[in-house]
Design a protein around this ligand. Structure first.
Ligand SMILES: [Zn+2]
Length: 441
């Protein structure tokens, strides 16, 4: 009796095995099963496996038909998104809800010709997915998806490919022409002229024919398409009036700045210009014939001709001492700075700061206009040191600037030389812009 349970157990098990063997034998007679061949596959040597062919298992099953149709379109001049979607016969019943969702992350008034979109519509004419890509920022498309029956929009940040490129140009007449002759855009010349060399080179007065400029800079791409410039890593201007080197370096993590060859900061107390134009229409003069007053009167500032509405920024950090109307100045902003300096920005059409406000260097404070005693739209800009007017065009000369701490110098020099080496790579006909991996153009 002691063996009663094990005997029954083994009996049942053997019975089951016999049944299974019978089934396998039957199925093997009728058809070859994949299970049997799978075992063969596992155990055949590699040389044999190479000529092994799979058994015939019937015609391939076609994938299920895509239940959605996708429409892609680019906005043309004069198009609104609504008009374009309707022209593409996107069912209009859901458009209002689509716009509401878009509106949470994107200002629809910002759409521009060249922007493009993709919309997926299912068989019941419902929008399943929508993606809007701004032409200028293709790395930041807006995606709208159905989520629990609601449209949900979000702005994506796609990864950009960062390529280091270099450029060497010879100045014929001016910087921006030289840069565009090398195939690069005005955006790069503006960064060089305003942000990097703004305090040390006056690109309106200093460049001479034959001056040379070399730049190592980043270009950001998405799928082989140039999106925008990254950082300028190094720029070297070799001119008749002198040579300036600018090396981008972070003395403190995240606080990149430009330093010259010996590690002296290129940033100075005042930037050269209070706006992004170069056209000086009237220089500083202690004796000048005034066009409206028709008499000799000193012109104690610099006039920049610019269209009404051009943005005006402070040339140095400080505090707004006056913001309002002041006689012949029209709408005026006056700012007090360190070391006894004041600056004035006159004839503004609009003032964007208030008295007492602290402002950073290059902070926008107003817009160019022709208020007060002005013949045409322009900015009148003054610098006053301890009560005496000085020529704004000379302000950057002779300023002491901070240098890099001694312990950072070896690292700085290493980075400077590595970038100079990049600049020196390859043959040098003076006009080329090439990626580091391809031949010069
Ligand atoms: Zn003036």
């Amino acid at each position: 009796m002691r063996f009663g349970f094990p005997i029954r157990f083994w009996g049942v098990l053997l019975g089951c095995l016999a049944l299974m063997a019978l089934r396998l034998g039957m199925s093997a007679q009728h058809s070859t099963t994949t299970a049997v061949h799978f075992e063969e596959m596992v155990f055949v040597p590699a040389a044999v496996a190479a000529v092994w062919e799979p058994p015939f298992v019937g015609p391939p099953i076609p994938p299920p038909a895509d239940p959605t149709r996708t429409i892609t379109a680019e906005l043309r001049s004069g198009d609104s998104l609504d008009r374009s979607l309707k022209q593409c016969r996107v069912p209009s019943s859901q458009l209002e809800r689509l716009y509401e969702a878009l509106d949470t992350v994107f200002d629809l008034r910002q759409i521009k010709p060249g922007d493009y979109y993709e919309v997926a519509i299912d068989t019941s004419d419902a929008i399943r997915h929508f993606r809007y890509t701004p032409h200028r920022t293709p790395d930041r498309p807006i995606e709208v998806k159905l989520h629990d029956g609601q449209f949900v929009a979000r702005q994506l940040q796609l990864p950009l490919e960062r390529r280091v490129e270099r450029l060497e140009v010879r100045i014929e007449d001016n910087l921006s022409n030289a840069i565009s002759a090398a195939g690069e855009s005005i955006a790069l010349s503006e960064v060089l002229a305003d942000d990097i060399f703004g305090a040390v080179i006056d690109f309106q007065r200093d460049p001479r024919r034959g001056d040379r400029l070399g730049v190592v800079f980043e270009k950001l791409y998405i799928d082989e398409h140039f999106v925008r410039y990254g950082d300028v890593l190094l720029a070297r201007y070799e001119g008749e009036q002198g040579t300036e080197l600018a090396v981008r370096y972070a003395a403190i993590e995240g606080e990149d700045a430009y330093y010259n060859a010996s590690g002296r900061s290129l940033g100075r107390m005042f930037v050269l210009k209070p706006l992004g134009v170069n056209s000086i229409t009237s220089h500083f003069s202690r004796q000048r014939f005034h066009p409206i007053l028709k008499k000799q009167r000193p012109h104690l500032g610099t006039d920049y001709g610019a269209p009404t509405g051009t943005l005006v920024w402070t040339t140095a950090r400080g505090q707004v001492a006056f913001a309002g109307w002041k006689g012949d100045y029209g709408k005026l902003v006056e700012i007090v700075h360190a070391n006894g300096y004041r600056t004035r920005y006159a004839h503004l059409s609009k003032i964007l700061v208030r008295e007492g406000q602290l402002v950073e260097q290059k902070e926008i404070i107003g817009k160019v206009g022709a208020t007060g005693l002005a013949t045409a739209s322009h900015l009148h800009y003054e610098i006053i040191k301890n009560g005496h007017h000085i020529n704004p065009e000379l302000i950057n000369e002779g300023h002491a600037v901070p240098t890099l701490a001694d312990d950072l110098l070896p690292d700085f020099v290493h980075q400077r030389d590595a970038l100079l080496h990049v600049l020196a790579l390859g043959p040098r006909p003076w006009r080329y812009a090439s990626s580091l991996t391809s031949a010069p153009l």
